[in-house]
Design a protein around this ligand. Structure first.
Ligand SMILES: [Zn+2]
Length: 449
């Protein structure tokens, strides 16, 4: 058999095991795994790891928030993702008040089509104005939204009763509810108090969002899901107290899963000590917490509290961030992590001994695909899409706005050294990143239904 492309002599790393073999690709699919495979094109992966393409199930590309739009569009954002070894993303749809879920999905799909260089799907957001659209949940599910986003914070937050109604509608389809869990009432009370006492600096962002109030909301929404009889996935857990709620619920047999993000695993609240705008740039929610919290999250990662690591990529430029410099609660929230996520979890997690290389692949590739119904993605098996990363475990990259391909013009990870970086990224059998160049044509990415 002569394959279109063969990845030779690499160490294949899956969620289950690691072994040396060649991978043969035909028509964009993994067609054989074995020894001595020959192909029209051959990539030598000697001394390299070969992983499934990473999947980032939580990104916000060209997302309008208030007066701003997050700074990477579907081209720049997916290109940066590909440089970091990510071959599929799931972004979000928010419908306007008078707009149907399906129209909103089409509008969002048309933004990504023609731009995305990797494959993309969408979570459908259910905000307070959408409670009367719950009869459209089935149609959105059939159109490819396998997950529905619910907020317990911000203007899009639902009351507990509305969450119950939404869960019941989602439950009928078999889709997965995903939740931003924070106790909004307590947070807004603390923000008001701190601002009125003149405590406006960025460190007060974290102090206004205590760990216990994140954990309270996580516990509450798990109870609501258990009552409604639906599974639930908790987004961006930032503290061990919240992770513990997931762990406990799973011991009790609830179908709960957890996500955390690189910003909580690689940064600490020391970032807020920088002068001026630099100290305000890393504001995101839930907030970046202490080193004790960070180490607690790493400890939970070796257990059963976390199932995905996503970026929650939602960057704004320095100028946009500076518009809110007068007080922490006016700074648009979000950081760029779409490119460094996969290598960072290897560098910080695997190399420093918190998790195994198989857990790394499970958290960043395999479980995301399984939880969100991406059947052809996330694993190296015959018949799956040939989404692969040839990963150089020894390559050192110093993160900065020059080495990364994101467009925000800053990174909270500046001057951090990562050991281990993707050398080649392959999407459906096509080399899209190689020799430090992006060779993907704009718009080659496909919608994942
Ligand atoms: Zn988010």
């Amino acid at each position: 058999m002569n394959y279109d492309l063969v990845v030779k002599n690499g160490t294949i790393v899956t969620a289950m095991t690691s072994y040396k073999a060649d991978i043969g690709i035909i028509d964009g699919k993994i067609s054989a795994i074995g020894r001595g495979l020959a192909g029209k094109e051959v990539l030598d992966a000697t001394d390299r790891l070969v992983t499934p393409g990473a999947i980032d199930t939580h990104v916000h590309l060209e997302m309008p928030i208030g007066n701003f739009v997050s700074s990477d569009d579907f081209y720049e954002g997916t290109k940066a993702a590909a440089f970091g070894g990510t071959t599929s993303i799931i972004d979000f749809v928010e419908s306007r008040k008078e707009q149907s879920f399906l129209d909103a999905l089409e509008e969002r799909k048309s933004k990504a089509a023609g731009k995305a260089v990797i494959d993309y799907g969408f979570h459908m957001t259910i905000g307070p104005d959408d409670i009367r659209k719950l009869d459209q949940v089935q149609a959105a599910y059939e159109a490819g939204c396998r997950s529905f986003k619910i907020y317990m914070a911000y203007g899009l937050r639902l009351t507990d009763g509305e969450i119950l109604k939404a869960f019941e509608a989602i439950g009928e389809t078999g889709a997965l509810p995903v939740v931003h869990a924070e106790n909004w009432d307590v947070i807004t009370t603390l923000i008001e108090k701190n601002i009125s006492e003149g405590n406006t600096g960025p460190e007060w962002h974290t102090r206004s969002r205590p760990s216990l109030m994140e954990a309270e909301a996580v516990g509450r929404v798990i109870d609501l899901a258990a009552y409604a009889g639906v599974p639930v996935h908790i987004f961006h857990i930032s503290c061990p107290e919240a992770a513990e709620r997931v762990r406990q619920a799973r011991i009790q047999g609830h179908y709960v899963s957890g996500e955390t993000c690189p910003q909580y695993l690689c940064l600490t609240d020391e970032v807020f000590e920088a002068e001026g705008i630099e100290g305000a740039l890393p504001i995101c929610s839930p907030p970046i917490r202490s080193i004790i919290d960070q180490l607690g999250l790493w400890e939970h990662l070796s257990g059963d509290s976390f199932h995905t690591i996503s970026s929650d990529h939602c960057p704004f430029t320095k100028e946009e961030k500076a518009s809110g410099l007068s007080a922490f609660n006016r700074v648009p929230g979000g950081v760029p992590s779409i490119e460094m996520r996969f290598p960072a979890i290897f560098s910080r997690g695997v190399r420093e001994g918190f998790i195994t290389e198989n857990q790394w692949v499970d958290l960043c590739c395999t479980m995301p695909a399984r939880l969100f119904g991406l059947e052809n993605k996330g694993d190296i098996q015959v018949g799956k899409d040939a989404d692969l990363v040839i990963f150089d475990p020894g390559k050192e990259v110093v993160l900065s706005e020059e080495t990364l391909h994101e467009t925000a013009g800053w990174t909270p990870y500046k001057n951090m050294t990562m050991t281990g970086w993707p050398e080649t990224t392959i999407s459906r059998g096509q080399i899209i990143i190689g020799n430090g160049e992006c060779t993907a044509e704009k718009g080659r990415g496909k919608y994942l239904a």
